[in-house]
Design a protein around this ligand. Structure first.
Ligand code: SF4
Length: 249
């Protein structure tokens, strides 16, 4: 129901501060990595300028609540994580694409239904097992203070989508393990990376069990979008119809 409200009915909720911190870190890290990839590296200070500009001039409305860090704190959290990313994470990666906008890909899920996937992959990197996806995730619970990454159940399918899109767009077989680069958006938050197994299997299914895309195709065809009050996104902050949805109580 939340997905339907957002994507079919176009009901949006304003961005939160943590999401804006993530957007700003993405922008700064992309500037840093793209410059390295182009052979004209920039300093962390230069990447920080990109971050601050993104944080100060958001492209959508941002709601600050009493539980959120102040603007000064948000800037400090984001700058610290970007600095740690540039010093500790980026030098360990061999990126071959940064923020690559992918061509749309239509998947035939049977019963005359095609699902069009769209997206931008954060990074494609080289590994011993071939090209692989890296995805930057930030949030209060995306890593521990020690930098252990916390995965959620939707990570696998989401990374599977990026693998399919990246393969089509670049022509490269994405055979290496996908990974999450996780950052905790607290004052002393940790940062680290971890691979995510079975990305495409869950998405496109096996001979024994259907994939999530096939199930989604059935839902689209039937127009059936059930509520999910146990979702971590079932809250006023993340669901735009929370105020009048009857199911979360
Ligand atoms: S309030 Fe909860 S159950 Fe209702 S649509 Fe939103 S996420 Fe789904």
């Amino acid at each position: 129901m939340r997905w339907r409200a957002r994507h079919l009915d176009g009901v949006r909720s304003p961005s939160g501060v943590r999401a804006q911190i993530g957007t700003a870190i993405h922008a700064g890290a992309a500037a840093f990595d793209q410059a390295t990839l182009d052979g004209y590296p920039i300093s962390i200070a230069d990447a920080s300028d990109v971050l601050v500009n993104t944080l100060d001039y958001p492209q959508e409305e941002v709601v600050w609540t009493a539980d959120d860090p102040s603007k000064t704190q948000a800037r400090a959290i984001a700058l610290r994580l970007l600095s740690r990313y540039c010093e500790l994470i980026a030098p360990t990666k061999r990126y071959i694409a940064v923020e690559r906008r992918c061509d749309n890909l239509t998947i035939d899920v049977g019963n005359g239904i095609g699902i069009e996937l769209t997206g931008t992959t954060d990074r494609i990197r080289e590994t011993h097992q071939g090209p692989a996806i890296s995805d930057l995730k930030s949030g209060l619970r995306r890593a521990t203070v020690n930098g252990d990454v916390v995965s959620v159940r939707t990570d696998g399918p989401q990374l599977g989508v990026y693998e399919l899109l990246a393969e089509q767009t670049t022509g490269l077989p994405i055979t290496g393990p996908a990974e999450i680069i996780g950052m905790q958006t607290r004052a002393n938050g940790g940062i680290g990376f971890q691979t995510v197994p079975r990305t495409r299997e869950i998405l496109i299914g096996t001979q024994e069990s259907p994939g999530l895309l096939q199930m989604a195709g059935t839902m689209f065809k039937e127009g059936l979008f059930p509520p999910n009050p146990s979702s971590t996104l079932c809250s006023e902050k993340y669901c735009p119809v929370f105020g009048h949805c009857r199911y979360h109580n």
